[in-house]
Ligand binder design. Structure first.
Ligand SMILES: [Zn+2]
Length: 336
């Protein structure tokens, strides 16, 4: 496992959202150390800021200019809940660079985790919101595509729907976006009937789950929806938007996952990647607001990549998963 991070992650302060705290970064790195103590071999890798060309593959140049200007001038808001300080531009471009690094490691045959902040999945082509400035997952996916990778999947298990990632690829048939999230909840998107548009129809796959859902419902989302779609799609690269705010102890989310749940998600996806001949997983940190839960969940995720997949089987009796299957069935034979 390669871990990409940079100390700049701790210098970004969003003064309008104290939960997205600088302390999240050392908490996540403590999870890496915990995994090492449990016997996982980890190599730490430095990262470089994502180059302008990589940022512009996802974001509008004018939006990037605004972010940089706000940060250079000392800070300010890009939306109601999302503010920058003088270090935010550096931190954000390094977070995208960490995600790019993780993708390069994965494509070279080693699973990798980009541990950085600010998170990215609520940021769209020309907007930042939900504590997100640059869409690190989308930037990393486009980076892989620019290197000749044709089938990229992004699986997002953050408790919030990744509206930014969905928007970026909504009309694209080249990047498959899959999300399981709490609903109704912020940011209000991610209905099962949002399946993509134009050439992107069928390449957005949402499972909105009710609050208080536990691992049993997530297991059904994997076994009954994500796994069959991914088996049929056969991604060359599988990126994971790994947020930890669906943890039972999280300060924002209302779900009931345990730290070990994330380990089983990682084990399931790592096994699937091997099965379809994809690169090892490239994971990147999204949300997660309880520091102890972040540490334990990051550790479980890293260990999970090397563990045996859980024996989850579809039951067919979880209504939101069945609704998601129905919405995507026209596009994926394995759901019919
Ligand atoms: Zn979140």
């Amino acid at each position: 496992m390669h871990v990409y991070s940079d100390p700049a992650s701790e210098r970004h302060v969003n003064r309008t959202a104290s939960v997205e705290a600088p302390e999240r970064f050392p908490a996540a790195l403590a999870g890496v150390e915990e995994a090492e103590r449990a016997g996982v071999e980890v190599k730490r890798r430095p990262c470089a800021p994502a180059p302008r060309s990589a940022l512009e593959a996802v974001h509008a140049p004018a939006y990037l200019d605004v972010l940089e200007e706000i940060s250079v001038s000392g800070g300010g808001n890009v939306s109601l809940d999302t503010a920058l300080n003088a270090h935010s531009w550096e931190a954000a471009t390094l977070a995208s660079g960490a995600a790019i690094g993780a993708v390069e490691s994965a494509l070279s045959g080693t699973a990798a985790f980009a541990i950085a902040r600010p998170p990215g999945h609520h940021a769209g082509r020309d907007y930042g919101m939900g504590f997100c400035l640059l869409n690190n997952a989308a930037i990393a996916a486009e980076h892989a595509r620019s290197g000749g990778i044709e089938r990229v999947a992004i699986l997002d298990w953050d408790v919030h729907h990744g509206n930014g990632t969905q928007d970026v690829f909504y009309a694209s048939g080249e990047v498959l976006y899959l999300s399981v999230h709490q609903s109704p909840f912020y940011p209000g998107t991610g209905d099962a009937r949002e399946v993509g548009e134009g050439r992107g129809r069928g390449f957005t796959a949402n499972v909105p789950l009710p609050g208080r859902s536990g691992e049993d419902l997530y297991a059904e989302a994997f076994a009954g929806f994500f796994v069959p779609i991914l088996r049929e799609y056969r991604p060359e690269l599988l990126l994971v938007s790994a947020g930890y705010d669906a943890h039972a102890a999280d300060l924002l989310g209302g779900m009931r996952l345990e730290s070990a749940s994330f380990g089983r998600f990682a084990a399931q996806l790592a096994a699937l990647a091997r099965e379809v001949g994809a690169a090892p997983l490239a994971l990147l940190l999204e949300g997660g607001y309880n520091l102890d839960a972040i540490t334990a969940s990051v550790a479980a995720t890293i260990r999970g990549v090397e563990e045996e997949a859980p024996a989850w089987e579809r039951s067919g009796d979880v209504r939101p998963v069945e609704a998601a299957r129905k919405a995507l069935a026209p596009f994926w034979e394995s759901l019919r």
